[in-house]
Write a protein that binds this ligand. Structure first.
Ligand SMILES: NC(=O)C1=CN([C@@H]2O[C@H](COP(=O)(O)OP(=O)(O)OC[C@H]3O[C@@H](n4cnc5c(N)ncnc54)[C@H](OP(=O)(O)O)[C@@H]3O)[C@@H](O)[C@H]2O)C=CC1
Ligand SMILES: CC(=O)N[C@@H](CCC(=O)OP(=O)(O)O)C(=O)O
Length: 316
């Protein structure tokens, strides 16, 4: 028996990647909607309700619409958008987050794939909140450097399209300067933070890959702890996770003459967590592929879990 999978948003950046990841699989039958009718709600309703698994790779409003179009209780939905990430009726799709999360995902019919920045942020910070090291009222800040595919077709067109004024795009650019980035609600909720983090993302002139930084001041933590201790804690927290690598403390050998590039996990479902610093300052850095563990890789990992399969099938 093959599982019937429908990708709503099959022509988009995330949809195409999911198709790529699933196309070689003998256990999956991908249901293809006529491209001309891909935005027609009635046609989508038919495809959505015929699928065992429906991936939503759509803008938020269209994702909400698709979720409402599913009227049977069999189709399982995996939503890559921001629409349902803090919705209590949906399960947050980071299986490695805690001991229970994988089981919750397995039993769920509605899984929200986390935002790419939020994935790096949550996976670095959550264990330290759980261990009572970072207090929930800590004044958390986060910086993140990402490739432009994170902005989907519109931002790709801006960087690659003909007629684009490339001059402005040569230097990395700060964005989301309203300080209301769409990932903030999930960053705050997952960790139970009292205050939203101060989050400043930066987009650069490269296609994919990202590094998310969370700096911590040891004197503001709940326990006396050094960067090396934090690395030990994260390494044991994720010790059995195949897609999470907590890099050795002081991992100078993973740097290129002191530089850390954002593309080191590209085309994988891997996340690498680095810890730098000393007994006063601690810097957590998560490196991942925004299109891998930050989107389509995570979506497929969640699907494998929801189908009761080995979660690594089709993932590197
Ligand atoms: N890119 C990334 O790194 C990540 C993206 N995401 C999230 O995944 C979702 C998809 O993002 P991404 O793939 O980058 O976006 P894209 O803009 O690349 O793709 C979105 C696709 O949805 C289609 N679409 C728009 N409205 C409708 C509709 N009403 N019905 C059917 N299809 C529609 C678009 O059509 P058309 O081809 O005509 O534009 C496009 O093909 C977003 O919510 C995004 O936030 C999540 C994690 C990472
Ligand atoms: C460069 C860029 O604009 N990136 C997007 C995030 C992409 C992502 O993965 O977030 P979603 O899953 O919520 O789309 C942004 O920061 O809004």
């Amino acid at each position: 028996m093959k599982y019937k999978v429908f990708v709503d948003g099959q022509e988009g950046t995330t949809g195409l990647k999911i198709n790529e990841r699933l196309s070689g699989r003998a256990d999956i039958d991908i249901l293809k909607i006529d491209p001309e009718r891909r935005k027609d709600p009635e046609e989508r309703r038919a495809f959505l309700n015929n699928a065992d698994i429906a991936f939503l790779c759509l803008p938020d409003d269209a994702s909400r619409e698709s979720a409402a179009l599913v009227t049977n209780n069999r189709t399982k939905i995996i939503d890559a958008s921001t629409a349902h990430r803090t919705d209590p009726n949906w399960t947050y799709g980071i299986p490695e987050l805690s001991k229970n999360q994988r089981a919750l995902i397995k039993d769920s019919h509605r899984v929200a794939v986390p935002g790419c920045h939020a994935t790096g942020f949550n996976m670095a910070l959550y264990p330290l909140i759980q261990e009572g090291i970072v207090p929930k009222d800590y004044p958390v800040t986060c910086q993140s450097v990402t490739g432009y595919s994170g902005g989907g077709k519109k931002l790709i067109e801006k960087y690659e399209g003909t007629g684009a004024d490339k001059k402005n795009l040569e230097s990395p650019q700060f964005y989301a300067l309203s300080l209301k980035h769409k990932h903030l609600p999930e960053m705050q909720k997952v960790n139970g933070l009292v205050f939203p983090p101060l989050f400043t993302p930066i987009v650069g002139d490269f296609y994919q890959g990202m590094v998310v930084a969370v700096p911590l001041l040891a004197r503001l933590l709940s326990k006396k702890i050094s960067a090396e201790d934090v690395q030990n804690i994260l390494a044991s927290y994720y010790a059995s996770e195949r897609f999470v690598r907590v890099m050795p403390y002081g991992s100078e050998s993973y740097l290129d003459n002191g530089f850390l590039d954002a593309t080191g996990c590209n085309n994988t479902n891997r996340i690498e967590i680095f810890v730098f610093g000393d007994s006063e300052q601690i810097l957590l850095l998560s490196r991942l592929d925004n299109l891998g563990k930050g989107a389509s890789g995570a979506a497929v990992q969640n699907m494998n879990i929801m189908l009761g399969l080995d979660e690594g099938i089709g993932l590197e």
